[in-house]
Design a protein around this ligand. Structure first.
Ligand SMILES: *Cc1c(COP(=O)(O)O)cnc(C)c1O
Length: 392
């Protein structure tokens, strides 16, 4: 009997080690891991460069308070700022802390402008921003908020419909007291739904018009996952605040909020903090992840391999039109939407040694490491095809 609470329905499988795209289970079997901790292990398991970085740092200093200068964090912040829209960074330990901080920063910005009542955040209904008490009410999902009342005020919601992606009625949802619009650039848990570039542009336009802030949650879709460093890059939209986490730590807990100096100005000493956020161990791993992701050719390779993956998945959809409803995604954030509940399909994939994970709307989520090899994609395709054949 497990002493753990039952807030997870865990699969009956455990692992003794991993390497790259593979996990070796205690049952002696080898699994192709296309979950990777849900887009966390961006460079696969037991990456030699990350191991070296954390080992090296672990012999120097593990933790000092943010009351002191942390050179590894100074460096990571500088690199993130140089490579992105951002001027400033606050480090956290997780995605939900990063989205919470993003909300705080947006509110603080208007507070410092003498508009403390301008504090409402407009979000997409049934999105996902994490599990803290504010983040669940930001998502507005009944499943996540049930039993956790009283309702946290300050959040309004719009619907996102794939075929009406222009956000009808959004103007009527922006009130005098709206401070920011916060959306996931690609809705992950919600079923791998990218917000089209023209809609991101539209959101930016409205934010400019109404003089409110745009927060793009890139916790799952950021850090190379979609083939660019950020999922919004191709749209050329410049957000004000971007929470990140998952992939930046390569498996080590690390979150951050990136922002322009305009909004960062209000975050004066004492306005926000974190004991563990920005600790030297996390920072050294974050730097090592960037070392690899920013290597020449990394994104080209990633784009090439994901293009190949989609091409083959579309073929599969054609071959099994009664099973596969839609192939969704961007880069290596991939969803296969079925016509029926996906649970048994995911189980069958696992029986064939391919690990995947669910998302909403009958979607099977596929998240290979960003340095996945072509032969590993081929192996996954072979297994998916085999399970499709069995379903026919
Ligand atoms: C996973 C996720 C979060 C929450 O991250 P945690 O590290 O689990 O707190 C927030 N936003 C998005 C878009 C996510 O995918």
């Amino acid at each position: 009997m497990s002493a753990l609470a039952k807030n997870y329905n865990r699969r009956k499988i455990a692992f003794k080690r991993g390497r790259g795209s593979f996990l070796y289970a205690t049952n002696g079997k080898k699994y192709l891991d296309f979950v990777q901790g849900i887009a966390v292990n961006s460079l696969g398991h037991a990456n030699q460069n990350l191991i070296r970085a954390i080992n090296k740092q672990s012999k120097k200093v593990w933790h000092v308070s943010n009351a002191f200068i942390i050179p590894e964090g100074e460096m990571l912040a500088k690199r993130l700022a140089q490579k992105t829209f951002a001027d400033n960074v606050i480090f956290q330990n997780s995605g939900t802390e990063a989205t919470e901080a993003a909300i705080k920063i947006a509110r603080r910005y208007f507070y410092s402008k003498g508009k403390p009542n301008k504090n409402r955040i407009l979000c997409i209904k049934n999105s996902f921003h994490g599990r803290t008490i504010a983040a669940i009410f930001a998502s507005g999902s009944k499943k996540m908020t049930q039993g956790f009342g009283p309702k946290v005020p300050g959040f309004d919601h719009i619907e996102f419909r794939k075929f009406k992606p222009r956000f009808p009625n959004i103007r009527s949802k922006i009130k005098k007291n709206t401070a920011a619009i916060m959306v996931e650039t690609v809705m992950g848990e919600g079923g791998i739904k990218p917000i089209p570039d023209k809609c991101l542009k539209y959101l930016r336009k409205i934010c400019n018009e109404k003089k409110i802030l745009l927060i793009l949650d890139e916790v799952q879709c950021g850090i190379g996952r979609t083939g660019d460093f950020f999922a919004f890059e191709k749209s050329k939209v410049k957000p004000d605040i971007v929470p990140i986490a998952k992939g930046i730590g390569g498996g080590f807990p690390l979150g951050a909020v990136l922002m322009t100096k305009k909004v960062a100005k209000s975050m004066i000493p004492g306005s926000h903090g974190s004991t563990f956020g920005g600790n030297p161990l996390a920072m050294s791993v974050g730097n090592a992840v960037l070392d690899q992701i920013f290597k020449k050719g990394f994104f080209n390779n990633l784009k090439k391999i994901s293009k190949y993956f989609y091409k083959e998945l579309y073929k599969l959809q054609k071959d099994y039109p009664n099973i596969i409803k839609e192939i969704r995604g961007k880069g290596l954030l991939i969803g296969i939407q079925l016509y029926f509940d996906q649970s048994n399909f995911i189980k069958s994939l696992e029986k064939n040694y391919l690990l995947t994970i669910r998302a909403a709307e009958n979607v099977i989520r596929i998240l290979p490491p960003l340095n996945v090899k072509k032969n590993e994609i081929d192996l996954a395709l072979k297994i998916i095809k085999k399970v499709c054949r069995e379903y026919k």
